[in-house]
Design a protein around this ligand. Structure first.
Ligand SMILES: [Zn+2]
Length: 194
């Protein structure tokens, strides 16, 4: 996937310029475009949302969160996964909040926002399912974030599973049990002896 390709390119560039080793911190910074002077947050959980709109993208949600919700840091999520209406189907957009390693603004509990990575999928999953490409991108992104920040599958939640107030987000057509089962099945296959 794209993030993997970015790391490969970064490694090749380092080798070309005579550097043969990278620290874990450097790899994470290269991979996620995090500036050297920005501390990387010790992320502990991941929270999945739907946009509750038929279409959209990071720029549109940023405008909405800034202007209508009066959030000074704009887009409340760290990643947005498109559905082909407003951005590419399965395209992962990286939020400025992630680049700047700012806490999220996607849950009504501050302790979750502080160390919880927010991922929003474009779509209204009270009415229809995510696209297969969105699910594929979501699983790929979750696996990378889990590996990079040592986040176990049981700490990946749907918004409604972790909010204080009741919410339907991310909708009945996005089953978190199914997402977690797929992550566990993938991890079991990866751990099998070859
Ligand atoms: Zn939500």
């Amino acid at each position: 996937m794209l993030l993997g390709a970015a790391v490969l390119v970064a490694c090749v560039i380092n080798i070309l310029y005579g550097r043969y080793t990278m620290t874990t911190d450097e790899i994470l910074r290269e991979k996620y475009e995090i500036r050297p002077d920005t501390p990387i947050r010790p992320w502990r959980t991941i929270v999945i949302h739907h946009s509750a709109t038929e279409s959209g993208n990071a720029a549109l949600f940023d405008k909405y969160h800034r202007e209508k919700m009066h959030m000074e840091n704009g887009l409340a999520y760290h990643f947005v996964i498109g559905n082909g209406k407003g951005s590419g189907d399965g395209e992962i957009e990286v939020s400025p909040r992630w680049i700047r390693q700012l806490q999220g603004g996607h849950v009504d509990r501050e302790e979750v926002n502080e160390l919880g990575i927010g991922i929003a999928l474009v779509g209204d999953f009270t009415k229809s399912s995510p696209t297969p490409k969105q699910i594929e991108s979501l699983l790929g992104l979750l696996r990378e974030l889990q590996a990079d920040f040592d986040i176990p599958t049981e700490r990946i939640f749907g918004h409604r599973e972790i909010n204080s107030k009741p919410t339907i987000c991310p909708g009945k057509f996005l089953s978190m049990d199914e997402i977690r089962a797929k992550l566990r099945a993938g991890a079991a296959v990866a751990a099998m002896p070859r």
